[in-house]
Design a protein around this ligand. Structure first.
Ligand SMILES: Cc1cc2nc3c(=O)[nH]c(=O)nc-3n(C[C@H](O)[C@H](O)[C@H](O)COP(=O)(O)OP(=O)(O)OC[C@H]3O[C@@H](n4cnc5c(N)ncnc54)[C@H](O)[C@@H]3O)c2cc1C
Length: 323
């Protein structure tokens, strides 16, 4: 027989957004259920040093931070379930969701915190050197490359912003793009081209991230010219892949409003989505900041928004009965 779990607040995702929502919801007496998905703890579990999450004077490890958040959520009463949602029905309350285990979850409210994955080039050497010189987040890892030579790969707004950001740390930034013009907004391009510490390599793609040293780290990029096919090498200490993110929203398409980039659309200044009672927080609704602390902040907002929604709905229901 199929199991069914019911809760006042169903939280999809166990990254900083989902777990922060869980902490606030549990402390508000909502007895939330957190569906952990295929990556319990979220993206920070695949990184090592985290230096920008407030509250820790020393460098902490991403997996450790997420373990602490989960324990804190459980300590205040959130229930973790290892399941991934594959089907949603937001047409009526309680909302009905189905996990890939076949288990049915019913929630008076739903908080979506399924995150957004960075897009990678897909090279084996890129995977091997992730966290050892290869990164997809300059804001997160740029500080580790103070005084070092770095390359940013991509041609859109993110790549240009990351290249400009990296000049705060690096005296020598190269933007590598596989075409002969950028897709980024003109104003960003103007700032990029005017910057004395940034140079651009046109019509080049990364053929390989080259490792070296002991312990092994990135030492160079092997580049292929997209016009001539010629192969060259560029010595770098850091390589930032900035070719965009994919929000984990396929599941919600047709059930809830998404923006033109596929992120969940929320009312400005809130976590309210197009469906009353469904809220979104973290990277799945934020294509600008994409940080653990902002995800945690919007997770808190989602729990508060959901709690207020329920308080209002309960009051209305009682008033209807009394009438
Ligand atoms: C390598 C790396 C290093 C980083 N370093 C830093 C750093 O130093 N500092 C910093 O502030 N930020 C850093 N970030 C960014 C930070 O990790 C993200 O901004 C943050 O994790 C976003 O949190 P989130 O909760 O929105 O989503 P995520 O952390 O992406 O979590 C998403 C969650 O949703 C779950 N999920 C997805 N689909 C489903 C589904 N269908 N059903 C149920 N659950 C589902 C997943 O299993 C996961 O638990 C880094 C990111 C990466 C990739």
């Amino acid at each position: 027989m199929t199991a069914t779990h019911s809760t006042r607040m169903l939280i999809l995702g166990s990254g900083p957004a989902g777990l922060s929502a869980a902490i606030y919801a549990a402390r508000a007496g909502m007895a939330p259920i957190v569906l952990q998905g295929i990556q319990p703890g979220g993206q920070l579990t695949i990184t090592t040093d985290v230096e920008n999450y407030p509250g820790f004077a020393d460098v902490i490890q991403g997996p450790w931070l997420m373990e602490q958040m989960q324990r804190q959520a459980e300590h205040v009463g959130a229930r973790m379930m290892w399941d991934t949602i594959v089907e949603v029905d937001f047409s009526k309350r309680p909302f009905r969701l189905v996990g890939d285990s076949g288990t049915v979850y019913e929630g008076d409210t739903v908080v979506i915190a399924t995150g957004a994955q960075a897009r990678w080039l897909g090279l084996p050497s890129e995977l091997k050197l992730q966290g050892k010189g290869v990164s997809a987040c300059a804001t997160c890892d740029g500080f580790f490359y103070r005084g070092k030579k770095v390359a940013v790969i991509g041609g859109g707004n993110t790549a240009v912003e990351e290249a400009i950001y990296m000049t705060n740390h690096s005296p020598d930034v190269t933007l590598i793009h596989r075409r002969d013009s950028l897709r980024a907004e003109k104003i960003l391009q103007d700032r990029l081209f005017a910057h004395p510490r940034i140079k651009v390599l046109w019509n080049k793609e990364v053929a390989e991230f080259v490792g070296g040293g002991d312990p092994e780290g990135l030492v160079a990029l092997s580049l292929r010219d997209t016009v001539t096919g010629e192969v060259s090498s560029l010595d770098v200490d850091g390589g930032f892949v900035a070719i965009g993110h994919s929000p984990a929203t396929d599941l919600f398409r047709g059930h809830i409003a998404l923006d033109s980039d596929g992120y969940i659309a929320v009312e400005p200044g809130s976590t309210r989505t197009s469906v009353a009672g469904v809220f979104a927080c973290g990277d799945v609704m934020d294509k600008v900041y994409r940080q653990a602390v902002t995800a945690a902040g919007t997770g808190c907002m989602a729990a508060l928004d959901a709690e207020r929604f329920l308080a209002h709905a309960d009051f209305e229901a009682k008033a209807t009965v009394a009438a």
